[in-house]
Design a protein around this ligand. Structure first.
Ligand code: ADP
Ligand code: MG
Length: 553
C-alpha cells in the first residue's frame, strides 16, 4: 500500500475554485466540455508521440473518449486513452495554473455579472469540474513504459492528495466525478449527450456515452463547400471559438497547386475584448492530414490579422513535423503567405462589394488591423484596406479609404492632408484647418493614437505624400483653387490695407516671445482665429512630438 501525500493548491487555483463554485451556477454544464477537451488534447499528444516514433505502452489501444454513468454512487467517469500523466506531472498539472492571463481573467470574472462569455473566451479548464463535483478522483497511466499509474483526489476546497496507484491501467486518464446533490441532472444520459452535441461535436476522436458513439461530425474543412450547410459552418465556428454568436464571415478555401492545403477561416462579428491583455490567444489550428499539429499557431497569419479564427490543413507537410521546426519549413512558409493573401484578398473584395459590411468589420477589427503597418510584403493591399475618418464625413463614425480621398482631390492638390487630435471635434476646431475648410480641401481626421503611426509609416498613398496640416506648405496651398473665390479676394484687399501695421506688430511679438519660437510670420491661412502655432515644414506634428516625449521618459 502506498501512502497518499497531501499538497496545497496554489493561491490562484484557490481563487479560481472559489469563483467557479460560488458564482457561476448557470454555465455549469461546460465542465464536461473542458474534461473532453483535455482528453482530446491528451489523445492528440499521444498520436504525435506515435508518429514521431516514440515507444508507447499498449500501442494497440484505440484512441477514444468514454463516459460512463454510475447511478449508485452518483458519479460519472470520463476516460481517455491519451498520453496520461506520471506522479510529477499530475502533481504539477492539477495543482497550478500555467495559462497566461489568469490574473486578468480572475479579475474580470469577479467584476462581471454574466461571466459566460468570459469563460467561453478563456476556457477555464480542469478546475471547472468542481462546479458540479463534491469529490474528484483522477487516475492516470502515462504512455511511458517505466511510469507507474497514479491517483489524484480532491474535494476542491484547499488541498489534494496524490499517491501511486495499485490499479491496472492500460494507458491514459480516467476522471471520476462524484456529483454534488444539486448536480444530479448530469447522471442522465440524454443530458450528457445534448451537452456533447452542443459543445464537443467536432472533437476528432470518438466520444462514447455508455457505449454509444455521440459525436458524428469530423473535419469539415476537408469537405467540398457545396456539401456543408450554413448551420454546420456556424456550429463548427462556435465549437472552435466558444463564441455565442455566428461569425460575420466564412472563408473556405481548398488549394491544390503548387501546395495542397485547406483553410476554413472565420471573422467574428465582435472584436475580442481581451485581445490586448491576452496576446497569446490568437492563431489558427494547424493540421496535417486531419491530425492536429498545433493549436493557435502564430505563424500562419501575422498578428494584425489575429482576429481571424479557423483551421489550416495540409497534405504536403510531414506528419512528424515539430512545432519548433515549422518556421524553417519552406512549404509551411508558402502556406502561411498564401493564407495571409487569401485573407487580404477576401477583405478587399468585401470592401468593394459590401460597404456596410466592411464598415462593420472596420469598426470591430480595425484597431488590430492597423498594426499591419509593419507588414512590408503586403503593404499595397494593406494600405487599400485602411479606413480613416475625414472632414468630409458626416460624423465621427463614418470612414473613407485613401482611394476615395485621392479620387476627389482638388485641382493642383499634390498632397493628402491629415490632422490629429484627441477627437474629431478638437480637430475640426483646430485653427490650422481653417484654410482647408475654406478652400474645400478634405482633411483626414486622426483621433486614434495609432493612426498617426500608420500614416507616418506608410508615408504616401500612390504618388501623394501624406502631410500634416500643421506642416502644409503655404505655396502648395496657394496653388489649390478655392471653392469660394470671393472670400479669397476680400481677404486680399484687407491684407493689403493692413500690411504696413503688420511688420511692426510682428517685430514686437518676436521680441516678447524670444527663444520660445523660431519666427513670427504673417499667415494667409487663418480665417476666424487670430493666430496659431505652426511647425517648420518638415518638422514633427504636435502629436508625434507628444508621443516621442512620452516614450523618451
Ligand atoms: P489546459 O487544458 O488549458 O492546459 P486545464 O486546466 O484544462 O488547462 O488542464 C491542465 C493540464 O492538466 C493540462 O495542460 C494537461 O497537462 C493536464 N491534463 C488535464 N487533463 C488531462 C488528461 N485527460 N490527460 C492528460 N493530461 C491532462
Ligand atoms: Mg483544458
Amino acid at each position: 500500500m502506498h501512502t497518499a501525500k497531501k499538497y496545497k493548491f496554489k493561491a490562484e487555483v484557490k481563487k479560481l475554485l472559489d469563483i467557479l463554485v460560488h458564482s457561476l451556477y448557470t454555465s455549469r454544464e461546460i465542465f464536461l466540455r473542458e474534461l473532453i477537451s483535455n482528453a482530446s488534447d491528451a489523445l492528440d499528444k499521444l498520436r504525435f508521440e506515435t508518429t514521431r516514433g516514440s515507444e508507447v505502452v499498449n500501442p494497440e489501444l484505440p484512441l477514444e473518449i468514454r463516459i460512463t454513468i454510475n447511478k449508485e454512487d452518483k458519479s460519472i467517469t470520463v476516460s481517455d486513452t491519451g498520453i496520461g500523466m506520471n506522479y510529477v506531472e499530475i502533481t504539477k498539472n492539477l495543482g497550478t495554473i500555467a495559462k497566461s492571463g489568469t490574473e486578468e481573467f480572475l479579475k474580470m470574472v469577479a467584476d462581471s455579472k454574466d461571466a459566460t462569455n468570459i469563460i467561453g473566451r478563456f476556457g477555464i479548464g480542469f478546475y471547472s469540474v468542481f462546479m458540479v463535483a463534491k469529490e474528484v478522483i483522477v487516475t492516470s497511466r502515462s504512455y511511458r513504459k517505466e511510469d507507474q499509474p497514479v491517483e489524484w483526489r480532491s474535494d476542491g476546497l484547499g488541498q489534494y492528495e496524490v499517491s501511486v496507484s495499485e490499479k491496472e491501467l492500460p494507458r491514459g486518464t480516467s476522471i471520476k466525478v462524484l456529483l454534488k446533490e444539486d448536480a444530479e441532472e448530469f447522471l442522465e444520459k440524454w443530458r450528457l449527450e445534448s451537452i456533447i452535441k452542443k459543445h464537443s461535436n467536432f472533437i476528432s476522436f470518438p466520444i462514447f456515452v455508455e457505449n454509444e458513439k455521440i459525436n458524428t461530425v469530423s473535419a469539415i474543412w476537408k469537405e467540398p463547400k457545396s456539401s456543408i450547410t450554413k448551420e454546420q459552418y456556424e456550429e463548427f465556428y462556435k465549437f472552435l471559438t466558444h463564441d455565442t454568436e455566428p461569425p460575420a464571415d466564412i472563408i473556405h478555401k481548398s488549394i491544390d497547386a503548387p501546395i495542397q492545403f485547406n483553410a476554413l477561416l472565420f471573422i467574428p462579428k465582435k472584436s475580442d475584448e481581451f485581445f490586448w491583455i491576452d496576446r497569446d490567444n490568437y492563431g489558427l489550428d494547424l493540421y496535417v492530414r486531419k491530425v492536429l499539429i498545433q493549436h493557435k499557431n502564430k505563424d500562419l497569419l501575422p498578428e494584425y490579422l489575429g482576429f481571424v479564427k479557423g483551421v489550416v490543413d495540409s497534405e504536403d507537410l510531414p506528419l512528424n513535423i515539430s512545432r519548433e521546426t515549422l518556421q524553417e519549413n519552406v512549404i509551411f512558409n508558402k502556406i502561411a503567405s498564401s493564407v495571409t493573401s487569401t485573407v487580404l484578398s477576401y477583405l478587399a473584395e468585401k470592401a468593394k462589394n459590401d460597404r456596410q459590411g466592411y464598415e462593420n468589420f472596420w469598426k470591430e477589427h480595425g484597431k488590430i488591423f492597423k498594426l499591419g503597418y509593419v507588414d512590408f510584403g503586403n503593404r499595397e493591399k494593406y494600405i487599400e484596406l485602411l479606413r480613416f475618418n475625414s472632414s468630409f464625413c458626416k460624423d465621427e463614425t463614418e470612414v473613407i479609404s485613401l482611394e476615395e480621398y485621392a479620387g476627389r482631390m482638388k485641382e493642383n492638390q499634390k498632397d493628402i492632408y491629415y490632422a490629429s487630435g484627441p477627437n474629431r471635434e478638437a480637430i475640426l476646431s483646430n485653427p490650422h484647418i481653417e484654410i482647408f475648410k475654406n478652400k474645400g480641401i478634405e482633411v483626414l481626421c486622426l483621433f486614434d493614437p495609432v493612426d498617426e503611426l500608420v500614416i507616418n509609416s506608410i508615408g504616401k498613398y500612390k504618388d501623394y505624400p501624406l502631410k500634416s496640416i500643421e506642416n502644409a506648405d503655404a505655396k502648395a496651398l496657394e496653388n489649390i483653387k478655392s471653392d469660394e473665390k470671393e472670400s479669397e479676394e476680400k481677404k486680399e484687399e484687407l491684407s493689403k490695407d493692413d500690411k504696413k501695421h503688420f511688420s511692426s506688430l510682428l517685430a514686437k511679438m518676436k521680441k516678447i516671445l524670444g527663444d520660445k519660437v523660431e519666427d513670427v510670420v504673417e499667415s494667409q491661412r487663418l480665417v476666424e482665429s487670430p493666430a496659431c502655432l505652426v511647425s517648420t515644414s518638415d518638422g514633427l506634428t504636435s502629436t508625434m512630438e507628444k508621443i516621442l516625449r512620452m516614450t523618451n521618459k
